[in-house]
Design a protein around this ligand. Sequence first.
Ligand SMILES: [Ca+2]
Ligand SMILES: [Ca+2]
Length: 226
Amino acid sequence: MRFAIVIPVLLLVTSGVAHAQCLPDPNFSVCQLNIIDNDACPTTFPPTLIWCPAGDMSKFEIYIQLRDASNNLCVNTNARIVVNLSGIPATAGNALFGCGFDNVGFQDWAVTTDANGEARIEFWGGGCGCLNVNWQVFSSGAITCSGFGSFCVKSPDLTGDGKINFFDTFQFLPCLQTSTGYCCDFNCDNTVNFFDVFQYLPHLSGAHSCPGNIIPIGVPCGQQCN
Ligand SMILES: [Ca+2]
Ligand SMILES: [Ca+2]
C-alpha cells in the first residue's frame, strides 16, 4: 500500500513536465539559431551556407525548448516563430531568396512543442549573397526570446530564381573556365574547379527547386560576401 502512494509522487516530482497552461519563461526557455549541414565550408567567417532550393544542402534552424518559471518543460505548448531575412545578392542581375517565405524576407510559423518541450523549423533558399536573420519566438502572447544571425550564402541556384537549370550552368561555366568566381566556389577554397563541379552537378541533374514561394530579398545587410 505504501508503494502505491510513494511511486506516483516520485513520478510527479521527477518528470519535471508542466502539462496544463504552461507559461514559458524567458529565463529558463532555450531559443537558438543553429547551422545545419555546413560541411562544404565549415571554417569560414562569417559562416557560409551552401544552400539548395530543394533543402538538401546547408540550412539553418530555429530551435526552441520551452520551460516555465519553475523550470518544468512546456509540452504540447503553442508558439510562433517569426523570421525576417534581409540580404542582397552578390552578383548583379541575380536574386536571393528564402524558400517558402510569403512576403519579402518575412515568415511567421506556428509550432507546438513535443514531449521534450522542443520545436524546430528549418530554413533554406537559393542565390548567392549576404544574409541576416532576425527572429522572435512568441508564446502566451509575449516574446519568449529573440536573436540575430548573419551568414554568407551560395547556391547551385546561382541565378536565385528557385530552380537549378541551364541558366545556372551559363553562369557556372565561365567561373570554371577562369577558375574564379565567389558564388561558384561551392567548397570555399578560393578556386573553381572539378570539386565545385561535383557539388553542382547533382543539383542540376536533379533539377532541384524550391517547393514554396520564391520572393527575392533586396535589403542591404551590411556585410561582405563576395
Ligand atoms: Ca536558377
Ligand atoms: Ca572551390
